[in-house]
Design a protein around this ligand. Structure first.
Ligand SMILES: *Cc1c(COP(=O)(O)O)cnc(C)c1O
Length: 394
């Protein structure tokens, strides 16, 4: 008997749950793209995004998903034959690497394993062995969505500075933006990218590049850039159509403006805090289940875990039956294992953006029901553990 009908929770790490307010804001007739409300709202959206990122430099928009802004970031700052260093904590670092290689950029990967963050000491050691400064940029994924590992971007900056190396620091905040604390200018990040379909709660289709003057200097000589990805015409343009090099993503802009209003009403510190508390409830529950079975947090150290997504291992017992049960019986879609040797031994919980306590309590109780129904061994009572955390912290 399926109990699926009702409000579904798409608990995959992007696209995330979209608020009614965002969807309603998008439900309108086509607006004028030459003058009026739409043209006036884009500079405000970019100002809000910059404030949210704590960026004193520029923010440029693209009609694009995350892969597109991966390419925008690289093509505006690098030339064919340049060397970049990818510090990898999972699948998404390799995604960025593939884009770089396709552009003719040489890539070296520093691997930190599937469950550990970037080690600043190892990074500093590698940079110290590059006295000629062949390495032009360090590419760091803030939260790797496959492993749910979060790296300390401030420490990555400190490592680059300790080696007195001029490489640009680029951060992929596509998963983390609006979920995990991020402070672009204070942390010394030269370039950051994000997209609208995760913490920004808007349907997939817009990406953003944030950059500072140092990154813009790199643009002077970069020979990878093509007309469409060039950030210059999009930076504080004199004509509205240049923001998007053509027709603006009209309805996405209305949706995003509403999402940013929601974030600003709550306050970014409270948004981060909400994610932090909900995440603690998830971690405590998984630890509890794991005392009586194979279910465990994939990332052992809580300081290395994201507040946007949680990767859970189910060991040899596998996770596919559980995922299927949650979806078809209960209306909860979990994220699949990604980038692991045995993806069927993992599932992920996406808890980015528009999520609250009742959704997380419901999801955890549902997973527990699914484990019982599919015979995945665990200590029962995990949902009660989550309730304790929520009761104490709310
Ligand atoms: C989702 C994600 C991407 C890819 O974004 P797409 O919109 O799917 O192209 C890249 N990096 C990270 C960290 C992500 O979470």
């Amino acid at each position: 008997m399926s109990l699926q009908k009702g409000l579904a929770y798409l608990a995959i790490p992007g696209p995330s749950v979209m608020p009614e307010r965002v969807l309603r804001a998008m439900h309108r007739a086509a607006p004028n793209i030459y003058t009026g409300e739409l043209t006036e709202m884009v500079p405000d959206i970019l100002t809000d995004l910059n404030a949210m990122a704590q960026n004193e430099g520029h923010c440029v928009p693209y009609i694009s998903n995350g892969h597109g802004v991966w390419e925008a970031a690289l093509s505006n700052t690098l030339s064919r034959g340049d060397l970049v260093l990818v510090v990898s904590t999972g699948h998404f670092a390799h995604g960025w690497k593939n884009i770089a290689e396709a552009l003719g950029i040489e890539v070296e990967v520093l691997e930190f394993g599937p469950a550990s963050p970037v080690d600043p000491e190892r990074l500093a050691e590698r940079l110290a062995k590059d006295p000629g400064h062949r390495i032009k940029a360090v590419l760091c994924v803030h939260v790797d969505t496959s492993t749910s590992v979060k790296s300390d971007v401030e420490m990555v900056r400190a490592a680059i500075d300790a080696a007195r190396h001029p490489a640009l620091l680029m951060a992929d905040c596509i998963a983390s933006f609006g979920c995990d604390r991020f402070e672009m200018t204070p942390w010394g990040v030269d370039l950051m990218i994000t997209a609208c379909q995760k913490g920004l709660m808007t349907p997939p289709g817009m990406g953003f590049v944030f950059y500072n003057d140092k990154a813009d200097q790199a643009r002077e000589t970069a020979n990878c850039v093509t007309h469409y990805w060039d950030w210059r015409p999009r930076t504080e343009p004199d004509y509205f159509y240049k923001y998007f090099d053509g027709t603006a993503p009209t309805h996405h802009l209305y949706g995003l403006r509403e999402a940013l209003a929601m974030i600003s009403e709550e306050g970014i510190d409270r948004v981060w805090r909400r994610h932090a508390i909900l995440t603690q409830a998830i971690w405590a529950t998984i630890d509890h289940w794991g005392t009586g079975g194979p279910v465990a947090m994939h990332v052992p150290n809580p300081e290395h875990r994201s507040h946007a997504v949680t990767t859970v291992t189910t060991g040899d017992s596998g996770s596919l039956a559980l995922q299927e049960w949650c979806k078809t019986k209960a209306g909860l879609t979990l994220g699949i294992g990604l980038g692991m040797d045995r993806p069927d031994q993992f599932f992920r919980i996406g808890h980015m953006g528009y999520v609250n306590a009742q959704m997380i309590l419901g999801a955890l109780a549902t997973i527990e029901a699914g484990m019982k129904a599919t015979g995945l061994e665990h200590t029962p009572g995990g949902a009660a553990v989550a309730a304790e955390v929520i009761a104490a912290q709310a």
